[in-house]
Design a protein around this ligand. Sequence first.
Ligand SMILES: *[C@@H]1O[C@H](CO)[C@@H](O)[C@H](O)[C@H]1NC(C)=O
Ligand SMILES: *[C@@H]1O[C@H](CO)[C@@H](O)[C@H](O)[C@H]1NC(C)=O
Ligand SMILES: *[C@@H]1O[C@H](CO)[C@@H](O)[C@H](O)[C@H]1NC(C)=O
Ligand SMILES: *[C@@H]1O[C@H](CO)[C@@H](O)[C@H](O)[C@H]1NC(C)=O
Ligand SMILES: *[C@@H]1O[C@H](CO)[C@@H](O)[C@H](O)[C@H]1NC(C)=O
Ligand SMILES: *[C@@H]1O[C@H](CO)[C@@H](O)[C@H](O)[C@H]1NC(C)=O
Ligand SMILES: *[C@@H]1O[C@H](CO)[C@@H](O)[C@H](O)[C@H]1NC(C)=O
Ligand SMILES: [Cu+2]
Length: 400
Amino acid sequence: MESLILGVLLVLLITLPTSSCSLITKRFEFNVEWKNVTRLCNTVNVLTVNGKYPGPTITVYEGDNVEIKVNNRGPDNTTIHWHGVKQLRTGWADGPAYVTQCPITKGKSYTYKFTITGQRGTLWWHAHFSWQRATVHGALIIKPRKPYPFPARIRAEIPIILGEWWNEPVQAIEDYMKLTGDGPNSSNAYTINGLPGSLYECSNKDTFIQKVERGQTYMFRIINAALNQELFFTVENHTMTFVEVDAAYTKPFTTTAIMITPGQTTTVLLTTNQSPDSTGMFVMAARPYLTSLFPFNNSTSIGFLQYKTSQTAKLKPQEASLGYIPSSLPKMEDTVFATKFTDILRSLGSTEYPCDVPKQIDKRVITTISMNLQDCPKNKTCKGQIKPAKAYMGRHSPLQ
Ligand SMILES: *[C@@H]1O[C@H](CO)[C@@H](O)[C@H](O)[C@H]1NC(C)=O
Ligand SMILES: *[C@@H]1O[C@H](CO)[C@@H](O)[C@H](O)[C@H]1NC(C)=O
Ligand SMILES: *[C@@H]1O[C@H](CO)[C@@H](O)[C@H](O)[C@H]1NC(C)=O
Ligand SMILES: *[C@@H]1O[C@H](CO)[C@@H](O)[C@H](O)[C@H]1NC(C)=O
Ligand SMILES: *[C@@H]1O[C@H](CO)[C@@H](O)[C@H](O)[C@H]1NC(C)=O
Ligand SMILES: *[C@@H]1O[C@H](CO)[C@@H](O)[C@H](O)[C@H]1NC(C)=O
Ligand SMILES: *[C@@H]1O[C@H](CO)[C@@H](O)[C@H](O)[C@H]1NC(C)=O
Ligand SMILES: [Cu+2]
């Protein structure tokens, strides 16, 4: 009898899937709600999560179960997408409106439930209804269960969310775009953690300042939450070593600037090994990489890395936030930099984090993606400078 019980226990132990050894459930509550936010001396009633712009950071561990209750207190439908999370057997929790779920209507709630499986790194969450993601977004950080695959001791982990700011509600921008059939009006500013920075008028106070200690290594979790722009990012006189992209470890690579596409995320390490002047300030900066024919804003968002020194404590933020564009920030049209940068990206491909891609090719497929201009349809309003665009994707299988 006893051996039978023991046997049953053993079978139970053996058949339990390994993932269930983590029974931790992390719970969060998101209120999608209005908030008046002032930037560039202009107050806009923007949609936020919990009144924050950018929204709250979610930090979980690999293997955690995650439950996020979303209460829609805004005027319109909404959904939240957990960008980059592999929704294994929880496809309905992915978030795109009308793709995996009906929208959460005004006044209603929905609880997203999923498990983080086999992923670690920087991701983000954002609204997935109309243009709401312009302001409804935040960092989603997955901490690893195992040590990082690089030796550096990390002093602190700092989310850096790059974004775009419009002086009008984004709904108006979207409506105007639909009316004209043109590209969207360009944003009025780029932002670092929601702040345009002192190169924009009226923005001295709205400048991101990150305090750091000298001789430490910091982990920057960088997210491009801009709607439409690829962005360059740099920190004056410092190098960054990127170690992960889209929650997959990469071969470490050290660079003075990065290029990051909308929706993309990356983790970089930065060591504070410089000798600061009396202000302790080093400029960080972001601006677009642009080759498009749609209008765009040729401007730069800056923030500061501020070394803590005995003098800096006395500086007022207003004095400290006068800035300039560091020479390490690539020029707007620097395709050579952008191409070189993306060519360098390689998966870590270690024994522990192998790059498991199929190596045997059965069939070669060429995919072409193009964008074309179309004449205005009869009896439609097309006020734009550019004719309405249509994207095409074609697939060709070459004859063998
Ligand atoms: C935003 O400001 C407007 C105008 O002052 C006001 O009517 C509105 O109630 C404010 N909204 C919020 C959410 O504070
Ligand atoms: C909002 O969502 C509901 C439920 O799916 C749908 O019936 C309605 O048409 C949506 N409204 C808009 C403006 O998309
Ligand atoms: C977009 O830009 C055009 C041209 O500058 C302007 O007339 C229009 O009011 C803008 N639309 C919105 C919604 O800001
Ligand atoms: C671009 O940014 C500048 C600030 O540098 C701002 O004054 C201007 O209005 C913006 N341009 C557009 C088209 O919004
Ligand atoms: C950055 O390095 C340059 C060249 O060494 C130097 O002139 C400049 O003062 C440094 N910037 C800061 C903020 O220390
Ligand atoms: C952006 O503006 C700067 C200076 O204001 C100018 O030198 C540069 O050529 C502009 N770039 C583009 C792509 O318009
Ligand atoms: C455009 O509208 C006019 C007037 O309403 C109508 O007579 C005509 O048939 C319409 N043309 C097309 C192509 O729909
Ligand atoms: Cu996304």
